[in-house]
Ligand binder design. Structure first.
Ligand code: NG6
Ligand code: CA
Length: 509
């Protein structure tokens, strides 16, 4: 309460009591548990926002969240690819414990029903929960029938509502699911999906390159949907196939309905963008809105939709008591399989900011992603925090926020960092594991990257990204050398042994 509100409340108790119905409703909203919205962008790099130094694209709506909230400069998703990061976000458990890796579009559900999850914990605490957007955590039991009830899925692990892109934008099946059903499916045109070989007679990128809007590499040259060849084969489901251009708007519309329906209870919305992952097909109204071609235009679209979502919460009188966490599931990639001119049009924009590497990489740009916490009622605006934080901690931090006591085995790798997330302290984590085809550990200014058997040459040759993998141990002092240019492992053998032992211990916990 500010002084005006205090004055108002002390002098007008009687008046409020006489207006109890209306005032009671206002009080209830103010005192009740906050709504929680996690906005998770796909493949957005540390430097991809104007508030983190982007050139070539402006993100005024996201910048506003940062300006009126906290911008974290050393926050990390759990891994340098999508599935493991999302697994950790929802379970509060490191993804290496589950061997979580990028999943195909027909993979079974990775999180077993019964596993405590962020949404199931919030359900227990009286929240209504929804996931809207990219899932990529598997669906079904391993032999999913896309024409029937597609389950288990989000509804079986803690979400009350789901509206899903099943895997990635570049993987079949290219259909949207609402709860257990494929939306708009004509039962006379059933869907078959395969990652083993061709099904049906639909054109593919390999056979029909003349039908493509973008050229693609071999892995992305299977079934063509909406003029784009994808990874994997599908046939049928023609009426249900998505138009990439309209997905963010459909997501926004579903988010508004979810908010409408649940405005009287606290809610948790996991809003998982498809942008700015490939294929990048922003709606026409965003064409040319950046100087970077479709990758930049997709960032503009993401920013616009974020603004619309925030405005909607505001129009409903809900924004002040909503905690919004905005971030990304892994670092940036420019060329991820399609000839969309993202590389040619990049200019001097640095998608990973000053950091080395990118998506797939063990260097900092792999997991150090722009992260913003915003909550008008609680978070003082205009803050920048350099505390070391991990998205894996959102589970325990949010649990603390809603007074949920963690049970044994619940969110095992998640630490309560609520004070840091709310900006009332700047401590952050003492240590944090980063994952990217190897494991690294951060401790204060130090970062140790474990040696691997091979140096991940494909990341450089196929993606033009420095992998950060090496057959030798690596040790960096990020305070003096944030770009990870000077490997200090050989001159600090004791520290290497110590950090390696620490990592092993965490692995064996
Ligand atoms: C890779 C895909 C890439 C992307 C990635 C997952 C290649 C050749 N292809 O297998 O395009 O889909 O998986 O991205 O690398 S993620 O953001 O969902 O992790
Ligand atoms: Ca991703």
């Amino acid at each position: 309460m500010n002084w005006k509100q205090k004055l108002f409340s002390s002098f007008t108790v009687a008046a409020i009591l006489s207006m109890s119905a209306v005032a009671g409703a206002v009080e209830k909203k103010e005192n009740s548990k906050p709504n929680i919205v996690v906005i998770y962008v796909d493949d957005l790099g540390y430097g991809d926002l104007s508030c983190t130094g982007a050139t070539g694209v402006q993100t005024p709506n996201v910048d506003k969240l940062a300006q009126n909230g906290i911008l974290f400069t050393d926050a990390h998703c759990s891994a340098a690819t999508c599935t493991p990061s999302r697994y950790s976000l929802l379970t509060g458990s490191y993804a290496f414990r589950k061997n979580a890796a990028v999943l195909q579009g027909d993979a079974p559900l990775l999180i077993e029903p019964g596993t405590p999850t962020l949404p199931s914990m919030l359900q227990q605490e009286g929240y209504k929960t929804a996931v809207i957007g990219k899932w990529h955590l598997g669906l079904g039991n391993g032999n999913v029938d896309w024409n029937g009830d597609v389950k288990p899925g989000p509804l079986e692990i803690g979400f009350d509502y789901s509206y899903l892109i099943p895997a990635t934008g570049d993987r079949v099946p290219c259909v949207l699911l609402e709860n257990h059903k494929v939306l708009g499916l004509d039962q006379n045109d059933p869907i078959t999906v395969s990652y083993d070989g061709m099904v049906g007679t639909d054109p593919t990128g390999t056979k029909n390159p003349d039908l493509l809007r973008y050229g693609a590499d071999k892995q992305h040259s299977n079934t063509i949907v909406n003029g784009i060849s994808r990874i994997g084969y599908m046939t049928g489901g023609n009426a249900a196939r998505w138009k990439d251009e309209t997905i963010p708007f459909q997501m926004l519309s579903k988010a508004r309905s979810f908010i409408d329906e649940n405005q009287e209870t606290p809610f948790f919305l996991y809003f998982a963008f498809l942008d700015i992952h490939v294929p990048r097909l922003p709606a026409l109204r965003f064409a040319g809105k950046s100087t970077m071609g479709v990758r930049g235009d997709a960032i503009v679209q993401m920013d616009y939709i974020t603004g619309q979502l925030v405005d909607y919460l505001k129009s409903k009188g809900l924004l002040d008591n909503t905690l919004i966490v905005f971030s990304s599931d892994n670092g940036p990639v420019i060329n991820d399989g399609y000839d969309d001119k993202a590389m040619e049009l990049l200019g001097d924009h640095k998608p990973g900011g000053i950091y080395r590497g990118g998506k797939y990489s063990a260097y900092e740009a792999g997991t150090r992603v722009p992260t913003i916490a915003y909550w008008p009622n609680k978070i003082k605006g205009g803050q920048t925090s350099n505390a070391l934080v991990g998205h894996v901690d959102l589970y325990a931090s949010i649990a603390s926020l809603v007074n949920h006591e963690l049970q044994d085995g619940e969110a095992p790798d998640s630490f309560n960092q609520l004070e840091t997330y709310l900006g009332t302290d700047n401590k952050g984590r003492a240590e944090l594991v980063e994952e990217a085809y190897t494991l690294s550990i951060r401790e204060g200014k130090w970062k140790y990257i474990q040696a691997t058997k091979n140096a991940g040459g494909w990341i450089k040759t196929e993606k033009n990204i420095e992998s950060g993998l090496s057959t030798k141990a690596q040790l960096y002092n990020l305070e003096d050398d944030p770009k990870e240019l000077n490997n200090l492992a050989e001159s600090n053998p004791k520290l290497v042994v110590k950090l390696d032992a620490k990592l092993q211990k965490i692995k064996n916990e």
